[in-house]
Design a protein around this ligand. Structure first.
Ligand SMILES: [Zn+2]
Length: 301
């Protein structure tokens, strides 16, 4: 099963290419077959020949031409499917369509058609959000606010359009510490199809984690996609489904986990003056492997 991961961004120079390169290396490193479609390939891959010709002649591309090229591309991809088709060019095209003066209604209709086309590729969009970096900011000073307002409008149209599609949407703050880690962490289940991040990723070593405490039976580590400034997860090393379904672990297994939860929560409380301990069930439990969150501070997302 191929998944399409498209990286989009709120401004030029915000780090799309760096993020794409990082994600390609990350997933290749996990043994996945990654087809990294770079922006310039749109001018060289055969499915996009008509599109490239139209762009050379007119300096713009009709939505119908984009859709027809994308239909050809989906076919080409499915003929020899990689695990991940990673791109910063193939979706959502909204920046260009806004720049070429298409209306919001036209863009919304384009995105619906694109969405139908892309369904076999299970698309997810990583939207790198943030203000333009230093160099374009100087351009804003020179050229006034118009440029900034245009970007803001493009951002609003893009995000609204993306939210209306049945696509996985991951919005990443470009100024936050680790956009790559955040994006990769948010897409683990989408890319690998896992519903057990702990067995499949953290405990198997496929996703590296920063260990806080470890015993023979229990591992505590910093959450790979934290919700709080301090966010540690504590898990049994053997598979245990949840707090109410202890599987083979029984009360003894639970006590072993709780001993580490007490130790970690005590340490967080001493260091930060407050700690919260939480575990989830049912729809609230996204990974079906018992885990306790030990946190401190106000939610960061
Ligand atoms: Zn498990």
């Amino acid at each position: 099963m191929t998944v399409l991961i498209a990286v989009a961004g709120s401004a030029p120079g915000i780090g799309k290419t760096t993020l794409c390169d990082g994600l390609a290396a990350h997933w290749s490193g996990l043994g996945l077959r990654v087809d990294h479609f770079r922006e310039e390939e749109i001018l060289s891959r055969p499915e996009f020949a008509a599109l490239a010709a139209e762009f050379r002649e007119t300096g713009r591309i009709a939505p119908a031409t984009i859709l027809s090229a994308m239909a050809g591309h989906v076919e080409a991809v499915l003929a020899d499917p990689p695990d991940v088709l990673l791109t910063d060019a193939l979706a959502p095209f909204t920046a260009s369509l806004v720049a070429w003066g298409h209306s919001e209604a036209a863009i919304s209709s384009f995105l619906s058609s694109l969405s139908s086309l892309l369904t076999p590729l299970k698309p997810a969009i990583v939207y790198l959000d943030g203000k333009p970096p230093a160099a374009p900011a100087r351009a804003i000073e020179r050229e006034g606010d118009g440029w900034c307002e245009a970007l803001e409008r493009e951002r609003a149209i893009t995000l609204a359009g993306l939210r209306a599609q049945p696509w996985e949407l991951v919005v990443v703050d470009s100024t936050a510490g680790d956009p790559l880690g955040t994006a990769a962490g948010a897409l683990v289940s989408h890319v690998t199809g896992t519903t057990d991040f702990y067995c499949d990723e953290a405990l198997s070593g496929r996703t590296p984690v920063k260990v806080v405490a470890e015993t023979d039976d229990v591992l505590a580590f910093h959450h790979t996609r934290p919700y709080w400034p301090v966010h540690i997860v504590v898990v049994p090393k053997r598979h245990v489904p949840s707090l109410v379904d202890l599987g083979d672990a029984g009360d003894e297994g639970l006590l072993a986990v709780l001993a580490v939860v007490r130790q970690v929560a005590g340490q967080v409380n001493r260091e930060h003056g407050a700690a919260s301990v939480q575990t989830n069930l049912g729809r609230y439990q996204d990974s079906k492997h018992l885990h306790f969150h030990v946190s401190s501070g106000a939610p960061i997302r």
